[in-house]
Ligand binder design. Structure first.
Ligand code: GLU
Length: 513
């Protein structure tokens, strides 16, 4: 029987979540849902020096906003907990001791000064940054070089030490990657990574293998930047006797800068004016806030859809996918090996498409909140959803709804008179005076009656309706934008419509007939 699909996202809680991290979550999530498996969130917080308060809650909140909620996590619990590595500390050391007994790891007692001395001593033109490896380990203070009794004495005396993996001299380590196929590494190029640190905490390398095993992870999908660590992990799976249960690997391609040169960073976003994080992140140390997609006005559906297409496609032209459609269509074999170039204009295009296809009732809470921030209370406004439907084609980011709807609630604060004046004349002035009289008597204030009466009056005055629509629009909304003028008039009502026309007429030259 094949193993139940269990995948994990294993972030270190060091700050905001980069969109590449969210894409890793997404691919894990889609695969888990498609295969009827579990999606686990494990917090890899063994590096106490890099721990940032609030980062874990931020990560979980971000996944909630994206609709990528884990089945098991520190917040949701589950049968394989705890889901924070710092709370699992005691579990790791016995595995490291087992590796020492088997001759695959060793104790190292070198002080930071001794390590520094080694780097100085072995530094050469061909090897500018010597590592703790087959070339240097036998010159160091460790259980490979010291007599067994001395090692025991040092340990008994509580001497600070680490445990390192003993990398084989010259072996080829192979792994099969779902995206890259067969990959091999020469062990001679990899250093003796620390497995247990001086503070007793495991390093990422040991903890990730032990936890993937204990949590019965079937597939491990992670960023390409982890590929160089993969041989260490494969060897640990083998040495710990779990080789047959090793997860299937997939190393996801990088997300590249818009110019295609190098990995997209938070700085690129700042430089080019777009968010790189999923949600706003405020660094607790500096108090500095980095902008996120959520606060910029992206719908989570659009953000997720855009991420799915960064490095993957369905093999056809389809670009708009709901989460359900992504779950159906996703396959790791269609993830490209090469990096995916990020394009913010395309990201905005996805948002625009999603705004257009999202029902007004679902957009309403977002729009109401944005209007509230401008001091407009639209909570009781019955026509808010009609208004949203009228303007949503014109909105790319959610805050665009403010400019596109504010004139439904308030008289325009500025009127673009300059766009009316050049073609303004006595005939037009007369027309609007008559229009006010005509509409004052209109007791059936609908788009249909307003359109008809306007057109009839224009015809009677031998004027083209097209030439009158622009002034009317500017009178009602203040500028050359907005949906159909009669739609606007119908919604704002008779009083506001006539008042706005009168207000602008009074500012225009009014030649006497
Ligand atoms: N803790 C690692 C990270 O921060 C996890 C890498 C992996 O998935 O193995 O991304």
């Amino acid at each position: 029987m094949s193993k139940k699909v269990r995948v994990r996202f294993a972030p270190s809680p060091t700050g905001g979540l980069h969109l590449g991290g969210v894409r890793t979550v997404l691919f894990n999530y889609l695969f888990a849902r498609q295969q009827g498996g579990d999606f686990i969130l494990r917090i890899e917080d063994t590096d106490q020096g890099r721990f940032v308060p609030g980062a874990e809650a931020y990560i979980l909140d971000t996944l909630e906003w994206c609709g990528l909620v884990p089945d098991e996590s520190p917040r949701h619990g589950g049968p394989f907990g705890p889901y924070r590595q710092s709370e699992r500390k005691a579990m790791y050391r016995p595995y490291a001791e087992q590796l020492i007994e088997q001759g695959h790891a060793y104790y190292a007692f070198d002080t930071p000064q001794e390590l520094e001395k080694m780097r100085e001593q072995f530094k050469s033109d061909t090897n500018p940054s010597p590592q703790y490896d087959r070339a240097t380990r036998l010159s160091m203070k460790n259980s490979l070089t010291l007599p067994a009794e001395e090692v025991q004495q040092l340990l008994a005396a509580g001497t600070p030490h680490v445990i390192r993996i003993l990398m084989p001299e010259s072996e080829t380590v192979q792994l099969t990657d779902m995206i890259r196929g067969e990959i091999s590494f020469e062990t001679s190029t990899v250093d003796d990574k620390v497995l247990i640190k001086a503070d007793g905490m495991p390093t990422y390398h040991l903890a990730v293998v032990v936890d993937d095993h204990l949590m019965q992870i079937s597939h491990a999908f992670r960023g390409e930047e982890w590929l160089p660590s993969a041989p260490v992990h494969v060897l640990l799976w083998k040495y710990l006797g779990w080789e047959n249960e090793m997860p299937v690997w997939a190393h996801l391609p990088l997300i590249l800068k818009p110019d295609g040169h190098g990995k997209l960073s938070k700085r690129d976003g700042e430089r080019l004016g777009f968010p790189v994080f999923a949600m706003n992140w405020t660094d607790p140390g500096t108090g500095e806030t980095t902008r996120g997609y959520k606060e910029t006005g992206f719908l989570p559906e659009a953000f997720v859809n855009m991420l799915a297409l960064l490095g993957w496609n369905a093999g056809n032209d389809q670009e708009i996918f709901s989460m359900e459609e992504l779950i159906q269509a996703f396959s790791m074999s269609r993830v490209h090996k090469g990096g995916a170039r990020f394009d913010y204009e395309k990201a905005k295009w996805f948002n625009h498409e999603w705004i257009k296809q999202t029902p007004a009732a679902s957009l309403r809470p977002h729009v109401a909140t944005l209007l509230q921030e401008k001091g407009i209370n639209s909570a009781k406004e019955q026509s808010l959803e009609t208004i949203i439907d009228l303007v949503k084609d014109r909105c790319t980011l959610l805050p665009d709804f403010v400019a596109q709807t504010v004139f439904f609630f308030e008289n325009p604060s500025e009127i673009d008179l300059a766009s009316i004046q050049p073609k303004w004349n006595e005939q037009k002035n007369m027309f609007f005076i008559e229009l006010i009289r005509n509409w004052e008597l209109n007791n059936d204030w609908t788009v249909a009656t307003l359109t008809t009466s306007f057109q009839e009056l224009a015809a009677a005055n031998h004027l083209k309706p097209g030439e009158l629509m622009l002034p009317l629009r500017i009178m009602l909304v203040g500028g050359k934008f907005g949906p159909g003028v009669f739609d606007i008039a119908a919604i704002i009502g008779k009083e506001a419509t006539l008042q706005r026309i009168q207000h602008v007429l009074a500012q225009l030259p009014h030649p006497h007939p």
